[in-house]
Ligand binder design. Sequence first.
Ligand code: DQA
Length: 379
Amino acid sequence: MRILLLNGPNLNLLGTRAPEVYGATTLREVEELCRSRAEEYGHRLDAYQSNHEGDLIDAIQGARHSHDAIVFNPGAYTHTSYALHDAIEAVGVPAIEIHISNVREREPWRRISRTEPACVYQIFGRGVSGYLAAISHLHYRAAQPPTTLPYGTHDDQVGDLRLPDRPGPHPVAVLVHGGGWTGPFTRDTMDGMAVGLAGTGLATWNIEYRRIPPVGGWRDTMADVVAGLDSLSTFADRYPLDLDNVTVVGHSAGSQLGYFAARRATFGPARFVSLAGMLDLRGLGSGFDDLLSGFLGNDLGTCLDQIDPIGALPLDLPIVVVHGGSDNAVSPVQSRRFTEEALMAGDRVRLVEIDAAGHEDLIDARAPWWDTVAAVCRA
Ligand code: DQA
């Protein structure tokens, strides 16, 4: 694949422009990082930056014959330029919109994107690592294009379905991404797993859900994950899915969500797998206070117990709990404590600790322990 990395106005100033918002990495460094990420996947990347709308339009039009995909940070033109929207739409080259900052939590005018409707995906608020996420997303999209299906009317009530390349009905892995329930982290973080597991013969249903803000929107978030899981039964007449063999797989905060979805789904999933999961919310430590109060809002004092997996045992489903021993984000103690309590509550639970793995490593289909992770998602 040949990827065009396109940056709009003022992004040439990266590194010195408002580093508290955009970080200290320069544009040249961003371009180099992107080039190496693309090469890791066997793709080529060309980079271009301009402060001028017409130049950007010319670059997009030019990509029609030279590139297979575009990673585009339109800068402030995002919020005003119908012409850039039309250019992306006209050339039909899949484009991912990326913003370094969290445009949804800054001035209200930055929440509007004129260009996003023409793009296949938007990534925001993850710093410059969002550019790398965009390249990974393009890679996995090309490796196996998803069928994106709605399970509700909100933009975030969608999921990506991927089917194995063989006759069904297929066992299903429902993937619930993490990211501390916050806006910037979306289902592309599970793309590698979604494609990797589909390659092992599982259908994957990688669900999106509403996240913070609004502060205290936890009921909607949790209801979405349940609805996303339940929607499988409405797709089963169109796609060859084996609903007697559904595994709910959560990562990080997605484990907390997946646990309750597995409990509440109207059809019964067969098992639950937690990867680097937040399973003991009271034991997370003070570093998580802001996240928890963003998620629960005014209900923090009263509702935490209702949404804490460790306080809602037994699950009455087979459980596998996987954690990296080198996880610096969510301590492996979470998984150890949860496993002890689940055993005491009578659940069938297995703990798998992978010493060398960090937090994100468990969802990386290129990691050395991938076969172990893939195996627990199906049995
Ligand atoms: C930006 C966000 C825009 O609102 C702003 O005008 C930029 C950069 C970002 O990367 O966060 O120039 O696109």
